[in-house]
Design a protein around this ligand. Structure first.
Ligand code: FES
Ligand SMILES: [Fe+2]
Length: 424
């Protein structure tokens, strides 16, 4: 349960809110690199953190991420001409460089460019994603070089999809291990759709005990599920502030991958979910892997130009009640479609004053605690967790190990003992 004021504090991300200012202390995914490949190509609308922006790649290949509205009389620069080293407003021809400098005012006999500036955010291209920094320049953090961003493009895949609810409830869903083998389970191994098979250890095992290790980037945690008398199933996750998850997974064709999501606020009531994975095998990801058929984030489930989910609230997520009786727990196709559906049913911003949390929600309770702490630290001018680059090499793990013995020592690099500050 969260009191109303705290719910407001953690969920609202406008530029003048405490959480909005805290989140602006980190690099934030703004768009996919493949949306902005062409020099002097069409500008792209980007709504990010409640701000309307436009991205463009200039003649020299540099990326601009600027206020959508021209500082002259507020026309939309999305309609602008991108040519000869800048973006020109088509209303009166004022032209801007990627850093927001005004470089032409062709409607003025005596230009006063030096008095005009367009808001522009620095960007970096890493891992097939264009990231923005929207905070104070003196607090610019180290580059977000997550391990997945360093994988070769042949081994890496990133997609994105709009989720119509607040970023925090989507993030909480991603750190909530107890729902996964329930909501995402199939009813038959041969169901022929995305989901977790009933014969898998994840589904067969008992309800999880959660162990959360706090770290300087957020936390790592393990869901530990008893499996018969002798074994246990362990699945580890990392949470890196403010909105990153890393988890162990399998590609569509069964290859071992690390995967994760980034839940980026579009505004208070909409989230852009980035979905990444990279192959841990020598083999690159295949075309089938990139379709994301089972997980439900690829072109079969998401419009590749609008990034809207084809199954959405207006069509009840295409729930099939016959499938729900016979093949899958939800009757909704696509593992992450199920997540989006059920998290959107909670309302645009869920009323956390009316919830009832239990021990299975421990990771969510700690997540909220860390976010509150980050707001306090950032508000006092300090460096919140997740800014320092201690998260660069993180990996996750999922395996069945004997119940006897120390599970931490058996799961290899999925958890880092040296990173633990406190276990809760
Ligand atoms: S409104 Fe943009 S140049 Fe006048
Ligand atoms: Fe899920």
């Amino acid at each position: 349960m969260l009191p109303r004021e705290e719910n407001e504090l953690l969920t609202r991300i406008g530029a003048h809110t405490a959480m909005g200012q805290t989140m602006r202390r980190y690099w934030i995914p703004a768009l996919l690199a493949r949306e902005l490949e062409e020099r002097d190509g069409p500008p792209v609308r980007v709504r990010l953190m409640g701000e309307d922006l436009v991205a463009f790649r200039d003649s020299a290949g540099r990326i601009g991420l600027v206020d959508e509205y021209c500082p002259h009389r507020r026309a939309s620069l999305w309609f602008g001409r991108n040519e000869d080293g800048g973006l020109s407003c088509v209303y009166h021809g004022w032209k801007f460089a990627v850093d927001g400098r005004c470089i032409e005012q062709i409607n003025e006999p005596v230009p006063f460019c030096h008095k005009v500036h367009l808001t522009a955010y620095p960007t970096v291209e890493l891992g097939g994603v264009i990231w923005a920094y929207m905070g104070p320049p003196e607090h610019t953090p180290p580059l977000p070089k997550f391990a997945w961003t360093q994988a070769p493009a042949s081994h890496r895949h990133v997609s994105k999809v709009i989720q119509e609810c607040n970023w925090l409830q989507a993030l909480e869903g991603g750190l909530d291990t107890s729902h996964a083998p329930i909501m995402h389970r199939l009813l038959r191994d041969d169901a022929g759709r995305g989901g977790i098979k009933p014969s898998s250890a994840y589904v067969r095992a008992k309800a999880p005990a959660l162990v959360v290790d706090l770290t300087d980037y957020g936390y790592q945690y393990a869901g530990i599920r008893a499996l018969g008398d002798d074994e246990q199933h362990i699945r580890t996750y990392h949470y890196i502030l403010p909105f990153h998850q890393i988890r162990a997974s399998r590609s569509e064709t069964g290859g071992r991958v690390d995967a994760g999501h980034i839940w980026v606020p579009i505004d208070d009531e909409n989230t852009m979910v980035y979905n990444w994975q990279y192959s841990l095998a020598d083999a690159p990801l295949s075309d089938e892997d990139r379709l994301e058929r089972g997980i439900g984030n690829g072109p079969l489930h998401v419009d590749p130009t609008t990034f809207r989910s084809k199954a959405n609230r207006s069509n009840n997520y295409l729930i099939d009640r016959a499938v729900q009786k016979t093949l899958s727990f939800t009757g909704i196709d696509g593992v992450n479609v199920q997540d989006r559906a059920i998290q959107e049913t909670m309302g645009a911003i869920v009323d956390r004053s009316r919830e009832h949390l239990g021990p299975a929600d421990k990771a969510i309770i700690q997540l909220r605690r860390l976010l509150r702490e980050a707001v306090t630290v950032a508000g006092n001018g300090g460096v919140p967790r997740g800014v320092k680059p201690s998260y660069y090499e993180l990996r996750a793990a999922e395996m069945v190990v004997p119940r006897a013995g120390d599970w931490r020592s058996l799961i290899g690099e999925g958890l880092k003992p040296e990173a633990i500050l406190e276990t809760v």
